[in-house]
Design a protein around this ligand. Structure first.
Ligand code: ADP
Length: 345
C-alpha cells in the first residue's frame, strides 16, 4: 500500500490541490479579468506549489527521520535488514520499501522466536532424557549398596555379585557422561578438527581386527570388501569413532550367524564408506528420528549391549563437522545400511 501511495506523491497531490484552490478562489474574486493576469497567476501558482511542496516535504521527512529512523536503527542494530536499507532511509526514500522491510523484519523475528522456542523444547526434553537415563543405574547402585550395608557385605552368596553389578552400573553412568561430554563439545563447536591425510583402508582394517572377537561372541562375521587404499583428509580419531560406532551397531543389532559388509566407493571428489548388515533392520517410521539424542528403536536390546542412544547422534555431529553426510537405508527384518562420505586427500 505504502509503496503505491508514497509521501512524495501525497505531497505532490496536496500541493497541486492547493494551487487549484488558489486558482479557483482567484477566478471567483477576479472573475472577468482572471485570464488576463495569466502570467502573474502562473508565477503565483508555481511559488505556492513550491512553498507547499517544500514545507510539506520538510515536515514529513522530519516526521520519518525523527520517528521512524530510530525504528530502522533498532532494526539495523539487530542485523536483520541489509545495510543498504539504512542508506535508503538517509536518502528519505525509505517509505517506498517501508512496509515490505518491516514485514520482512517481523517475519525474520518470528522465525527466530520459533527457533528459540523449539530449542527451549529440545533443552527441556534433553534434561528429562539425561535424568531418566542416569536415574536407572543410580537407583540400581543405591539398592545394591543399601543391601550390602544392611549385612549383605558378609554374605558370600551376594557380596561379590552385588559389587560386580554396582560396577556395571557405574560403567554405564561413565559411558553416558562421556557421550554427553562429546555431544556437548560437538554442539558448542569446542571440538577442533585435527584433519590429516590417512589411509581409510588401514583404519577400517584396524577397527575390524579389534572387533572380530566381539563379533564372534555375537555370532556375526565381519567382511571387508577392500582391495586398494583410499587416502582421505579428515580427523582420523573422530572418523575412527564414527566407523567403530557403526560397526558395533551392526553387531549389536545383527542376527545370529549374520554378517556385516564393509565397502568403500570412490566417487570423484569424495569416498563413501558403507556398513551394511543383515540384522533386525529399522522400521520406516523410526528412520527419520534415528540420529536424535537418546532415540532408540529397540530400547531393551540397546541397554543390554550398553548402548546410550547417543552413538548415532555423535556420528552425525562428527560427519557434519567435516561438512560431509551420513545416511541410512533400512528395511525392518532384513537389515540396515549406514553410509558416510569423506573428502578425498
Ligand atoms: P545405541 O547406543 O542405543 O546403539 P545409537 O544412537 O547408536 O544408540 O542408535 C540408536 C538406535 O538406532 C539404536 O538404539 C537402535 O535401535 C537403532 N540402530 C542403530 N544401528 C542399527 C542397526 N545397524 N540395525 C538396527 N537398528 C539400529
Amino acid at each position: 500500500m505504502i509503496q503505491k501511495v508514497s509521501p512524495r506523491k501525497i505531497i505532490m497531490v496536496i500541493s497541486l490541490i492547493t494551487v487549484l484552490i488558489f486558482n479557483t478562489a482567484l477566478a471567483f474574486i477576479v472573475v472577468d479579468n482572471y485570464l488576463t493576469h495569466w502570467r502573474l497567476i502562473i508565477i503565483f501558482s508555481i511559488i505556492i506549489f513550491l512553498v507547499i511542496y517544500g514545507v510539506s516535504s520538510y515536515l514529513i521527512n522530519k516526521f520519518f527521520i525523527d520517528i521512524i529512523n530510530p525504528i530502522y536503527k533498532i532494526i539495523r542494530t539487530v542485523k536483520v535488514l541489509p545495510l543498504t536499507i539504512v542508506d535508503e532511509i538517509e536518502d528519505a526514500e525509505f517509505s517506498k520499501n517501508l512496509e515490505q522491510e518491516v514485514q520482512n523484519w517481523a517475519k525474520e523475528k518470528t522465525k527466530q522466536i520459533n527457533q528459540l522456542r523449539l530449542m527451549e523444547k529440545y533443552r527441556k526434553e534433553f534434561i528429562g532424557d539425561v535424568s531418566h537415563e542416569l536415574k536407572t543405574p543410580i537407583f540400581t547402585i543405591q539398592g545394591y549398596i543399601s543391601t550390602l550395608i544392611e549385612g549383605g557385605i558378609d554374605d558370600p552368596n551376594i557380596n561379590k555379585k552385588y559389587l560386580l553389578r554396582t560396577e556395571k552400573s557405574i560403567d554405564r553412568i561413565i559411558s553416558i557422561v562421556e557421550d554427553l561430554l562429546t555431544i556437548s563439545k560437538l554442539e558448542t563447536n569446542e571440538l577442533v578438527l585435527n584433519k590429516e591425510k590417512f589411509d581409510l583402508t588401514i583404519l577400517i582394517n584396524e577397527i575390524v581386527e579389534m572387533q572380530t572377537d566381539y563379533a564372534a561372541k555375537k555370532k556375526i562375521t565381519l567382511n571387508i570388501k577392500l582391495n586398494n587404499s583410499f587416502i582421505v583428509y579428515a580427523d582420523r580419531k573422530l572418523i575412527y569413532q564414527v566407523i567403530l560406532n557403526l560397526i558395533i551397531n551392526s553387531i549389536n543389532y545383527g542376527r545370529d550367524n549374520g554378517s556385516t559388509e564393509l565397502s568403500v566407493y570412490d566417487m570423484d571428489q569424495i569416498v563413501m564408506v558403507d556398513i551394511s548388515d543383515n540384522g533386525i533392520g529399522i522400521a520406516k517410521q523410526d528412520i527419520p528420528r534415528l540420529f536424535e539424542r537418546f532415540y532408540r528403536v529397540d530400547k531393551s536390546r540397546s541397554k543390554e549391549n550398553g548402548g546410550t542412544g547417543l552413538g548415532l547422534s555423535i556420528c552425525k555431529h562428527i560427519v557434519e563437522a567435516h561438512q560431509q553426510t551420513i545416511s541410512v537405508s533400512s528395511q525392518e527384518g532384513l537389515g540396515s545400511s549406514f553410509s558416510i562420505t569423506l573428502e578425498k586427500a
